[in-house]
Structures are given as structure tokens and as C-alpha cells.
Design a protein around this ligand. Structure first.
Ligand code: GLA
Length: 732
């Protein structure tokens, strides 16, 4: 049993293969957090200490006992108004306008399988793969009920968390903050690893101590954002890639979020993850329920590399859905950087013809195929094929492309509207604009109010007309601005704080409908590249365009940061032209290929401009990717270097889970006169195995490569790369 409740002590114990999580219903019915970490068997309530502490108030029920204070005790779901002055999960306004809530234990349920969440993405599992614990708490005064969900997937050392808040009282209450998870650590010094960035430079790693004072990351942009990813790691100060204790928190949500970390006055650390409380309030009428989106937690006592691999597996196998989740994804060519908006149907077919010759499997027609979209300031919302530009209906292009042996994919940006569009002229009130104010424009476009079903349904129907007209097998789902003017004509004035949450739910409903109606369409998420690269989107489509930056050297850092929380199979990655359109840098084709292969692989350039020699190289790359697909997507991913270090290398490895083969990639990020020799240590091999370097034929002992490392062959120029494919030949 993964979940156990001991009635005599009131202790809940959750066990995964290598971690334990404990909490206790204490004598007052408060749900205290006892422990999260490496596996233990006994009760951990001995860790709690009680002291009379000034200015830390005492629960009334404790009577004259001045040592019981929720300002100091570790808790599962701390609320404002109980004397806990740290950041809390729940802040609720009562019918009388006061802010207070005091949740106490009422009951619990344990069952096989994994809970689901209505309208929200969540990890799923077979009956025998998972267990669920639901703990029901209640605030007696208001009647607010909180059900805390714990989904346990022992083999990945994963515990998922969610919360359902139901108003069981007789008058409305208002939620001002409703986070999903709180992790309290009684002692220790921790670092917070967060992934910050900007458009075209997402998910840079920053690691810094959790100190006194609040550190918070988050988004107020309506999407999870380029600026902070909704994934963070709490690690022991000395935890590294291969050793040390660490915890990951991944928010399965694509809208506004907040992650918080603080060391408190008593040297304890509190970490919170959930919905952003700014721009949020939610009015719960009697009988209504509100679901806090899921957080995936994982613990590793074997370093951050193992923690990442836990997330890779649970996301790949138990969050992504649909027939493509574990299938080889087609190698694609996208016309965006080849033509931008300036193309004809003929030009697209020409790219397709070139692609087919090189073994590429799918052609993706990006922005510009609809309305009168020859510039990016017009026509969003008018999802009608521009037959004049394409030289005929979409089906005529798709049929030609299919006849070349290629699949066909299409770009869409359903959540947006251009002011210069038939849709906006007919329904200006469908755009999010605050009455009496002028909206903030971004990329000259406005955001459609997807919290309104009629708006989303209209777009759904117009997209279906296009998708039904031709054999489209892939959709690139884009979103190219942040939400600023938060307003919905359908919401009353007391409900405007709900709009962004309902917008995200509207988006999920839409994606779900598309997925069910077109199970054979592969969906790739996108938001100006990686502005909505989160576990929530991966529930609806198994891959996301990782960044609008296709420069291989910048991509090494972007993909490095992304790899901490997301599997390789989720990372859309393409080879583009040189000099690169974002950075002006020229990187050899071999390196561009090697970097893009650490993802769902494709090309994004005018194939017709390649020299015959380059075409041969592309052919070989496509073949190599297809040959190694299983190893890359299913293999264990190892970060072998930190590409942020001055003079650093880009070095990573895919190793088959059974150690039968491995693919090592190393990229030189710098060059110097009289260079030093660089070495890398391999990982994930069989210590006693003998491996053959497939290209050079040389044999190595697995243990030797993992202990002694291997010298990286001297590279003459910067940005050159080296790949070594090792195959197990025998064991000692
Ligand atoms: C975004 C995407 C790009 C491209 C353009 C089209 O920026 O990230 O890949 O699709 O939109 O307008």
C-alpha cells in the first residue's frame, strides 16, 4: 500500500519507491506536515518541537498551552487567520468581509488509481499504478470545505497534489488566494532553482539560497510565460547532478501562477506553488466548488539528474496523451524562417518536394495561409483559407504534399483577433477590452475572451471547417501576446477576478474538443516559442516549440534549462539557416543537427538554398534521427556539463534504460589558442559492460567511461561538435 493511515497516531504515510511523505492529524484536528524526503518507515512526529515563542499566537483550543502555535508548526494547507504569519495557501473573505479560515480534519478516503480533475489537466494512471488519498477539511464558521488530493505514483517517486474548495455554507465567500501545495521544511539550508527568461531566451537556470524574506516567481501574463517557468526545484545546498536531496514542483497549469520560497523567523523553510493571487479572486456561491490546478511533486536523494528523469517519465508516460505520446514524431520542415508571411502555394509545394527528397516526413505551413494575412497586423480570427495566395483550396496543396509522401501540418493562433479582421468588425465585444478604456496592443493584436463559450465555440467551428476540408495531421497552436486588459462581458463586476482562470479553463476545453474530434492530429504547443511551455499544455499536445530562438548555441542553454523539468520528447527543436535569424551567428550544420536532435526534430529553412553537400548531410541527419529515435526519446537523459560556465561545453547523453547503448553529444562553446583538453564523464552505462564506439570501433569499459571519463577530440573551431554512439558488446 502506497498510502497508510494509523488511527492511533493520526499519521498518514505515503510511500513511493524511494521517498516518504508524512502528515498528522493532531489533537486539535489540524493537519500538520511531518516529513517529506528519503524513505523512512517509522512515525516522524518526534521531529516536532514546541516552545513558548513571543508574538506567535496560540490556537484557542490549546488553552493555556503557549507552546502550540501555527506560526511555527509545519502544515499541509496553511490559511490566513490562524496565526500563521508566513505566506499561506488560502486567503478567504467571509460573508461578513473578514479574512479568516481555520481548516480542521473531518475525514479521508484512500483508493486505488489516480483522481482526475474536472476541466483541468492532470496526471493519470492505471488502477494498479497509483493510489489516491483525499483528506477532507472544514472551516466550521464559514462552512468552507477543502479536499486535499494526493495522487501517488510509487515507481516515479511522484506525489501529485490538488485541492477542491467547496462552499458548504449558506452565503457566498470569496477566495483571494488558493494555492495548491505547501511544503514546510523544519530545518536545513536550501537552494531554490528557478528558470527565468524572456522571449527567445527562455528557461535560464538560476540557483540561489532560500533566505529570509520572500523569493517568488510567477506570471501575471495570462500564460505561464517566457519570464518564469512554472517549475522549480528546492535542493539541499550541496545537492548536485548526481548526489544530494532535492524536490521538484511542476505546476500543471498554463495560466498565471506563483511559486514562493521563504526562510522564516525560526529558520524553517516554506515553499508554496499554485495559482497567482494577484489579478485573482473567486466568488464561491453556496454549493459551488473550485479546483486548484495540480502540482506534480517528486523527490530525489540521488541528485538533480535523477529528479529530472522522474519528471521526464511521469510527464511522458502519465501526463501526455493521445496516440503520439510514445510514437516516433514525424521529422518536419516548417516554412516560417524560410518564407515568413511571403509565400505562394507553389513555393510551399517546392519546399515539400525538396523535403521529400531528403527523407523529411511532414511539411508544416506556418502563419499566413488565412484571411488576408500578408502582414502580422491583420486577419487573426478569420480562419478562412486564402485561396488566392495558395492558388486553390487547402486540399489541393495538401493533396500535392501527400502525393510526395509527406504529411501536412498547419499553424493556428485561435485565441487571438486582429482589429483589422471580419471577426472583430462583427464582434468587437469578443475581444478582451475594458469598457471605457483603450486596450494595450501587442503584435497589433487583441485577445479573444475564451472564458466565454460562445466565443471559443465560434472559433472552434471555423477551425473545424478548415481541418475538415483537407488531410491535416498536425497543428501548431500558437499564442503571440500576453493578456493585459482582463475583462469579460459575461462576468459581473464581482467576478472579473475569475476571468483569467476561466480563460485557461476555456482554452483547455477547446483543446480537449480538438483532441477528441481529431485524434489523428498531432498538436504542438507554442507561444512565441516557449512562453507557455508547461505541464498543462503537455496534457493536450505532447510537444511544444521550445523557443523562437533557433540559434544552436543559445538553444544549448535553453534546452539545458528545459531539461530540468521536461522530457526531450516535449521539446520542439529545428535546424535553421545560417547566419541565424535571431543572433546572426553561424554554426556548422553538423552542430545544428546534433542540437536539434535533442528534441522533436525538424528543419526550418529554405531547403532549396542548401548546397548538394549540405543536402547529403541533411539526409544523413534525418536518417540518424530516425535510427536513434527510441534511444533519444525513451532513453535516460543526462546533463554532462553546465553550458553556463565560462569556457563550458555543451555535453549531454542519452543512455538506454538497460544500458545497452548510449549517444553522447559534445559541442565546443568557445575556442582558445593552445587549448586545454576537455573531458566528460559518461553516465548510465553498465559498469561491467564493454562498449564499442560505433564510428571508431574502439572498445571501452563502462566503468572506465563513467569513472575516468573520456577526452573530447580537439576541435579546431568554436561551435564544432562531436557525437559518439556506444553500443554494449558484452559484459565481463
Ligand atoms: C510565433 C511562433 C513562430 C511563428 C510565428 C508566426 O512567433 O513562435 O514560430 O509561428 O509566431 O507568426
Amino acid at each position: 500500500m502506497a498510502v497508510n493511515y494509523d488511527e492511533t497516531t493520526g499519521i498518514f504515510t505515503i510511500q513511493t519507491e524511494k521517498s516518504s511523505y508524512q502528515m498528522q492529524v493532531d489533537r486539535f484536528g489540524v493537519l500538520l506536515h511531518l516529513y517529506y524526503g528519503g524513505r523512512v518507515n517509522g512515525p516522524m512526529d518526534y521531529l516536532l518541537t514546541f516552545q513558548d515563542r513571543g508574538f506567535s499566537g496560540n490556537l484557542y483550543d490549546a488553552g493555556a498551552d503557549r507552546t502550540y502555535s501555527l506560526d511555527a508548526l509545519p502544515q499541509e494547507y496553511p490559511c490566513q487567520g490562524t496565526g500563521d504569519f508566513r505566506s499561506v495557501c488560502l486567503s478567504m473573505e467571509n460573508p461578513d468581509g473578514t479574512l479568516s479560515c481555520d481548516l480542521r480534519y473531518r475525514s479521508h478516503k484512500i483508493y486505488n488509481g489516480k483522481y482526475g480533475l474536472p476541466g483541468l489537466p492532470a496526471v493519470y494512471a492505471k488502477e494498479e499504478e497509483a493510489q489516491t488519498l483525499e483528506i477532507r477539511l472544514e472551516d466550521e464558521a464559514s462552512g468552507l470545505e477543502a479536499v486535499l488530493f494526493y495522487g501517488v505514483l510509487p515507481k516515479y517517486d511522484v506525489i501529485t497534489r490538488s485541492v477542491c474548495l467547496t462552499n458548504r455554507g449558506t452565503e457566498p465567500v470569496v477566495l483571494h488566494k488558493a494555492s495548491t501545495v505547501c511544503l514546510d521544511f523544519l530545518w536545513g539550508d536550501y537552494d531554490l532553482l528557478r528558470f527565468y527568461g524572456r522571449h527567445a531566451m527562455e528557461r535560464n537556470l538560476e540557483r540561489a539560497p532560500i533566505a529570509h524574506g520572500m523569493t517568488s516567481i510567477g506570471s501575471r501574463r495570462g500564460a505561464s510565460s517566457h519570464q518564469y517557468n512554472p517549475f522549480m526545484i528546492v535542493a539541499d545546498r550541496n545537492a548536485g547532478e548526481e548526489d544530494g536531496r532535492c524536490y521538484g514542483l511542476s505546476f500543471v497549469y498554463s495560466g498565471n501562477f506563483k511559486g514562493e520560497a521563504e526562510k522564516d523567523q525560526y529558520g524553517q523553510t516554506r515553499v508554496i506553488m499554485g495559482l497567482q493571487d494577484e489579478l485573482f479572486s473567486y466568488r464561491l456561491k453556496p454549493g459551488e466548488a473550485f479546483y486548484g490546478p495540480e502540482v506534480i511533486l517528486s523527490y530525489s536523494g540521488e541528485g538533480i539528474g535523477k529528479l529530472s528523469r522522474n519528471f521526464h517519465k511521469v510527464i511522458r508516460h502519465n501526463l501526455c496523451r493521445g496516440k503520439f505520446k510514445e510514437m516516433p514524431r514525424p521529422v518536419l520542415v516548417n516554412n516560417w524562417e524560410a518564407t515568413y508571411l511571403d509565400f505562394t502555394g507553389e513555393k510551399i509545394c517546392e519546399i515539400g518536394r525538396q523535403a521529400a527528397e531528403l527523407g523529411i516526413e511532414m511539411l508544416v505551413l506556418d502563419d499566413g495561409w488565412f484571411g488576408k494575412r500578408d502582414s502580422d497586423s491583420v486577419s487573426l480570427g478569420d480562419w478562412v483559407v486564402n485561396e488566392k495566395k495558395l492558388g486553390g483550396p487547402l486540399s489541393s496543396i495538401v493533396e500535392r504534399v501527400n502525393a510526395m509522401g509527406l504529411k501536412f501540418g498547419l499553424w493556428v493562433e485561435p485565441e487571438m483577433v486582429s482589429e483589422d479582421s471580419d471577426l472583430y468588425r462583427a464582434h468587437p465585444d469578443w475581444a478582451m477590452v475594458i469598457p471605457g478604456r483603450r486596450p494595450v496592443r501587442s503584435r497589433q493584436q487583441l485577445v479573444l475572451d475564451f472564458s466565454r463559450e460562445e466565443v471559443a465555440d465560434y472559433i472552434f467551428d471555423s477551425l473545424c471547417r478548415v481541418l475538415d476540408s483537407a488531410n491535416v495531421e498536425y497543428l501548431k497552436w500558437d499564442m503571440n501576446r500576453s493578456v493585459i486588459d482582463v475583462y469579460s462581458a459575461l462576468a459581473g463586476c464581482a467576478e472579473q477576478g475569475e476571468v483569467l482562470y476561466k480563460y485557461t479553463l476555456g482554452l483547455y476545453r477547446f483543446l480537449d474538443r480538438i483532441g477528441r474530434r481529431y485524434p489523428n492530429i498531432l498538436i504542438e504547443g507554442c507561444c512565441g516559442g516557449g512562453g507557455r511551455f508547461d505541464a498543462g499544455m503537455l496534457y493536450y499536445g505532447p510537444q511544444i516549440w521550445c523557443s523562437d530562438n533557433t540559434d544552436a548555441i543559445d538553444r544549448i542553454r535553453i534546452q539545458y534549462g528545459t531539461s530540468f523539468g521536461y522530457p526531450i520528447s516535449a521539446v520542439g527543436s529545428h535546424v535553421s539557416a545560417v547566419p541565424n535569424h535571431q543572433t546572426g551567428r553561424s554554426v556548422p550544420l553538423k552542430t545544428r543537427g546534433a542540437v536539434a536532435m535533442a528534441g522533436s526534430f525538424g528543419y526550418e529553412l529554405d531547403l532549396g538554398k542548401l548546397t548538394p553537400a549540405e543536402k547529403e548531410e541533411v539526409k544523413a541527419q534525418v536518417k540518424a534521427y530516425k535510427d536513434n529515435w527510441k534511444l533519444i526519446q525513451d532513453g535516460e537523459y543526462y546533463r554532462l556539463s553546465n553550458p553556463y560556465e565560462p569556457d563550458g561545453l555543451g555535453a549531454w547523453e542519452f543512455a538506454a534504460e538497460d544500458g545497452s547503448e548510449a549517444l553522447l553529444t559534445v559541442v565546443a562553446l568557445n575556442t582558445h589558442g593552445n587549448p586545454l583538453t576537455s573531458y566528460v564523464r559518461l553516465k548510465g552505462l553498465r559498469a561491467d559492460g564493454w562498449y564499442r564506439d560505433e564510428a571508431a570501433g574502439k572498445m571501452y569499459e563502462g566503468r572506465a567511461l563513467m569513472e575516468g571519463g573520456i577526452p573530447v577530440p580537439h576541435m579546431e573551431d568554436e561551435y564544432q561538435s562531436w557525437q559518439m554512439h556506444l553500443r554494449l558488446c558484452g559484459e565481463r
